[in-house]
Ligand binder design. Structure first.
Ligand code: GCU
Length: 667
């Protein structure tokens, strides 16, 4: 049985013999243009893949000569048109041989995985040529992993990194981690939590991280570290961490030198500062730019970057957290060093199941902005609920900021085309852990996969990505592929319906999952549920128009126009921007109260439908994976009912209305 360890790199034997034989004719050998570690990794991956898919052992040769009928992995700096392809793009063509051509070995590696994907998804080789160039330069995973082996907001076991064993013992799993990431084009990994321990900057940990880097390097993956801003005090013995203090600057310069000595291709630093209690430059009366530029200065001699997070907000019950990042960061536009990228979460609050795009996108034309998505399901049901996230990512990337007129999408900000940034980046908070199947829920593997594919090419559709993932990972039986893809595409809306419909957000207690919409007290006034939903006897929702917090003013007029009229604001965003009376008739023809009840009930009922659909694919799915997902769906159904009932019973104390008749039935 399949325990999910092999992810989408399963390479199971193609059942159709004719098809297998047809492929086999084109794979009589694998020739390499050189024997660098990265090219050999590509050749060996292809060899392993073909052994599995075709049941055939294909030799690796180092001299192509005049041979035909095989694959030629060709690293060739300066081929015609090479400038366009850069360091990572590749060309794939077929004439006599299948040629994978790239300027650098890593491009050949990406092309090799693309070729395997072609075969895994049953495409004909006559579909070649096929060329590809990534649209974003830095494509990273962010691991929120701690020194003690836990993962902040991780739901798939403990950390993958065995800190106690490193650097002497190097778990073979790191190699599989690198293969999986390279197969989807991820080229960087921040190995530790943004709530960072200073220990990661000690020599002890630098050596451990260097051992990881040694494995990842030959898959084109660079390591990065999250840094604890006051580290010069905590581990450096200095009296201050003031970024303008010469001793502090020297400390960072020396530290950076030490890191590069151990890790020559180190990627750089990720920083969470003056955010949720983490210290930062503001503690010394300095700005985010002062802090970031100090680190950029330390990185100046090297090919490394600073990713400075814009996730900031104050513990002020009167302020609107929605506005905080824009308020703090837009005045700093143009003040950052050229090695700095400001990393912005997709929405203005915090990875909610649905959020409007962050108003920072487009509003810092002189500063490269990077996208931070959350792959781990902190707010979308942990590893239990089945939520396919590509539609969440796409919804944000395709949103139009109207910054330079129509068509100024968030994607065009991130990929640098709108403001001509040369440094472009995207980050995904990882959902991996020590569970055998990496992500806890087997269906959550699709979110890691989809993130990587979109980081490479944000124009791919959610459906196309789901389709290829299912075929590579679960089954190629056409009816089952269709059923599962359909479930994936609907899963996010179903979750939103029973969890936070019509623009509700953040109804959780401290663990960020147990429903607690009635929560009024917390460590901070802005960490209560009522801060976000604003339920009262009149209605529900956060007024962010001019009569309220006026957060809408942070968007361009065209965007404001979509959202600032409660009569025309699309229902998915309604309660994000308006306080709506319970009895108000919405565009759906129902009152707010009836619409809410309809969403909560149909959402929870839809999980039953998901269970029924999943039951139908049983014959096409490995029994172990089938049983695992079946169990999780049962829990999801129970919890969907908890969400529905918690919300409805609580809101009913304000609305004073009955549950509509059609829903007054046993589950
Ligand atoms: C969320 C999350 C925290 C995390 C923070 C961040 O608030 O709950 O665990 O540290 O985001 O992104 O910094």
């Amino acid at each position: 049985a399949d325990d999910g360890y092999r992810l989408w790199l399963k390479y199971d034997l193609i059942k159709d013999v004719a098809k297998r034989e047809e492929y086999a004719r084109s794979f009589q050998f694998i020739a390499v243009s050189n024997q660098s570690p990265i090219l050999m990794n590509a050749a060996q991956e292809l060899q392993v893949g073909l052994q599995g898919l075709l049941g055939k052992s294909v030799p690796i040769i180092t001299d192509l000569g005049k041979k035909t009928g095989g694959v030629y992995l060709n690293e060739h700096q300066g081929f015609s048109n090479h400038i366009k392809y850069g360091d990572e793009g590749y060309m794939m063509s077929k004439s006599g041989n299948i040629f994978i051509l790239a300027n650098k070995g890593v491009g050949v590696l990406y092309g090799t995985f693309a070729l395997l994907r072609h075969i895994q998804t049953g495409q004909l080789l006559t579909k070649l040529p096929y060329n590809s160039i990534p649209k974003i330069r830095y494509r990273l995973l962010n691991h929120w992993d701690n020194t003690n082996g836990t993962i902040e907001r991780g739901y798939a076991g403990g950390t993958l990194w065995k800190w106690y064993e490193l650097p002497a013992t190097v778990d073979p799993r790191y190699h599989d981690y690198a293969r999986a990431n390279a197969s989807i084009g991820i080229n960087g990994t921040v190995v530790n939590n943004v709530n960072a321990s200073a220990r990661f900057l000690t020599d002890e940990y630098i050596q451990k991280v260097a051992a990881l880097a040694n494995v990842f390097r030959d898959y084109g993956i660079r390591v990065y570290l999250s840094v604890y801003f006051p580290a010069p005090k905590t581990i450096g013995g200095l009296k201050t961490a003031d970024p303008l203090d010469p001793d502090v600057r020297k400390w960072w310069t020396d530290k950076t030198k030490e890191i590069y000595k151990a890790i020559p291709d180190f990627g750089g630093f990720l920083v969470k500062a003056n955010s949720e209690g983490e210290p930062g430059p503001q503690d010394y009366g300095r700005t985010h730019a002062d802090g970031a530029n100090m680190l950029a200065e330390a990185l100046a001699p090297y090919d490394g970057i600073v990713m400075w997070r814009a996730f900031v907000y104050k513990a002020d019950p009167k302020a609107d957290r929605f506005k905080a990042a824009h308020e703090e960061f837009t005045p700093l536009d143009g003040k950052f060093d050229k090695k700095v990228i400001v990393q912005v979460k997709n929405g203005p609050i915090d990875f909610q199941p649905r959020e409007p795009f962050s108003p920072l996108f487009g509003n810092m034309p002189k500063t490269p902005l990077s996208m931070e998505f959350q792959i781990t399901q902190e707010y979308t049901g942990f590893a239990t609920h089945w939520v396919y996230e590509a539609p969440i990512f796409k919804e944000c990337l395709e949103s139009d900021t109207y910054i330079n007129g129509k068509g100024s999408t968030v994607a065009s900000v991130i990929d640098g085309s709108l403001h001509k940034y040369t440094m472009t980046a995207i980050a995904g908070v990882a959902n991996t852990g020590s569970d055998r199947n990496w992500t806890g829920n087997p269906m959550a593997q699709a979110n890691w996969y989809a993130y990587g594919r979109l980081a490479w090419d944000h124009t791919l559709s959610s459906e196309a990505i789901a389709n290829e993932w299912v075929k590579m990972t679960l089954t190629s039986e056409p009816k089952a592929v269709k059923t599962i893809t359909d479930l994936m595409l609907k899963s996010r809306e179903i979750y939103v319906d029973y969890n936070t419909p019509i623009g509700l957000s953040r109804p959780w207690s401290g663990v960020h999952f147990a429903p607690e919409p009635w929560q009024e007290k917390s460590a901070r006034p802005d960490w209560t549920a009522i801060y976000y939903h604003r339920a009262d006897s009149i209605g529900l929702g956060f007024d962010r128009t001019a009569t309220g917090s006026d957060a809408l003013a942070q968007y361009r007029p065209e965007v404001q126009k979509q959202w600032n009229n409660p009569e025309t604001c699309p229902l998915p965003y309604l309660l994000w921007f308006h306080h709506v009376p319970w009895t108000k008739k919405l565009s759906s023809g129902r009152t707010l109260w009836n619409e809410l009840c309809t969403r909560f009930y149909t959402g929870a009922d839809s999980v039953k439908w998901m269970q029924q659909q999943w039951a139908q694919v049983k014959p096409a799915i490995d029994p172990e994976i089938f049983a695992d997902v079946t169990g999780r769906l049962a829990t999801q159904h129970t919890e969907a009912i908890w969400w529905r009932d918690s919300w409805i019973l609580y809101l009913q104390t304000y609305s004073k209305q009955p549950i509509p008749a059609p829903f007054q039935k046993p589950d």
